[in-house]
Design a protein around this ligand. Structure first.
Ligand SMILES: [Zn+2]
Length: 270
């Protein structure tokens, strides 16, 4: 699933193509079968896009007195094309006043697009309860550190989006390795919490610079692959040597997710 770096890359790609444009038509394909995923899209029509923002893993567009919320799900891809997108599984097309098409393709259909009143996130509880943006000044070390003295399992709390937004399975594993913390650790002291705080920011900022991680489905706003998969420390590297200590990376199941770590750099204390 796309995480903060992938959604941020898409946002920066699409911003110059979308901001200032007016939506002239909204077309939903196969709407009968997938009702509930694409909600009130006709309310985008006739409205102008004033900003394209990101919150956690959500892409948000300000449309006059409405807000468009887009979540890519597992396999969602978006782009802006002057010609019809040569992609299978295009579910939604917004036609723009310059003749271009803002499209959403989604093979597995976990993605969602809703048009709502600004800030009306009742149908998106994760967005409504979203924690601070890790690359902004809203992400405060003292608050993060205090919360981590009480948690039982780092992996599940970091996936939860409330303590800090935007992390998913890949970047949680990468940040925990950089911070030398086992994913099942909890009750961190201040030094450990600060290491994790710095690691989260570093891992995400590097992945943004590398335009995201592509294993299979993720494409940037121009349809291209990310490059960050070539720089991962642990994720998807089971059996390969740790880049720090050469110990083989192991894969465990933590918080119901496949989880990669170095047993030497990230010991689980008794
Ligand atoms: Zn190691």
């Amino acid at each position: 699933m796309p995480e903060l770096p992938e959604v941020e890359t898409i946002r920066t790609d699409l911003e110059p193509l979308l901001v200032g444009r007016k939506v002239v038509a909204a077309e939903v394909c196969v709407e009968e079968a997938y009702r509930g995923r694409y909600v009130n899209l006709e309310e985008a029509v006739g409205r102008r896009i004033h900003a394209l923002r990101r919150r956690g893993k959500y892409l948000l567009a300000d449309l006059d007195d409405r807000e468009l919320i887009l979540h890519l799900g597992m396999t969602g891809q978006v782009g802006v094309k002057l010609l019809e997108p040569a992609l299978r599984h295009v579910r939604v097309r917004f036609r723009l006043d310059d003749g271009a098409v803002f499209f959403f393709a989604d093979q597995r259909r976990f993605g969602k697009i809703h048009v709502v009143a600004p800030g009306e996130y009742a149908a998106m509880p994760t967005l409504a309860a979203m924690g601070p943006e890790p690359l902004s000044s809203d992400f405060v070390l003292a608050r993060f550190s205090m919360a981590l003295t009480r948690v039982n399992s780092l992996k599940s709390v970091l996936l939860g989006q409330k303590l800090v937004s935007g992390l998913g399975n890949i970047y949680v594993d990468e940040a925990l390795h950089l911070a030398r913390l086992h994913p099942e650790r909890g009750h961190l002291n201040r030094v450990e919490a600060e290491r994790l705080y710095v690691a989260i920011r570093e891992v995400l900022a590097e992945a943004v610079r590398n335009r995201g991680t592509t294993f299979k489905d993720y494409r940037d706003g121009m349809g291209n692959y990310g490059r960050n998969q070539d720089f991962l420390s642990v994720y998807d590297r089971e059996g390969e040597p740790c880049r720090t200590c050469r110990t083989p990376i192991v894969k465990l199941r933590v918080a119901q997710r496949g989880t990669y770590l170095c047993p030497n750099c990230q010991p689980l204390p008794r």
